[in-house]
Design a protein. Structure first.
Length: 133
């Protein structure tokens, strides 16, 4: 699932970064929209990460309470936390959180690249203007 998201984003970013000499001015006007798209994706992933963090805490709490009720042995808090962290549900949530973090990092880097793109387009346009004079 991680690679599917990243592969999709890589293709999208490559398309966003393509600069055609003929459509240079049009591309310069598209840069704010492209920034907005990547910012939106990043915020969506940050929201998902926050939801997963809440879900993780709720799942941990529920599993600890279950263990306290059903176990014949009285475990201390650190031991319970360690036991619960090995539970399949907790591992699954943490894996999803890692995916979201990776997507956030990609989007942050994409935003940085796209932000510099406006300067690149401007410099290319100025270069073309100099060629014409």
């Amino acid at each position: 699932y991680v690679m599917e998201i990243l592969d999709k984003y890589i293709v999208e970013l490559e398309q966003d970064l393509q600069i055609d000499r003929v459509q240079l001015e049009e591309k310069s006007m598209m840069v704010p929209g492209i920034k907005g798209k990547w910012l939106s994706k990043m915020i969506r992933h940050k929201r998902e990460l926050k939801n997963h963090e809440i879900l993780l805490e709720e799942a941990k709490s529920k599993l600890v309470k279950e263990m306290e009720k059903t176990s014949d042995i009285a475990y201390n808090k650190p031991t319970l936390d360690r036991i619960v962290s090995d539970h399949e549900l907790i591992k699954k949530i943490k894996k999803s959180m890692d995916t979201e973090r990776l997507a956030i990092e990609f989007c942050e880097r994409a935003l940085t690249i796209v932000s510099s793109m406006s300067f690149d387009v401007k410099n290319i346009l100025e270069g073309y203007k100099l060629e014409l004079t």
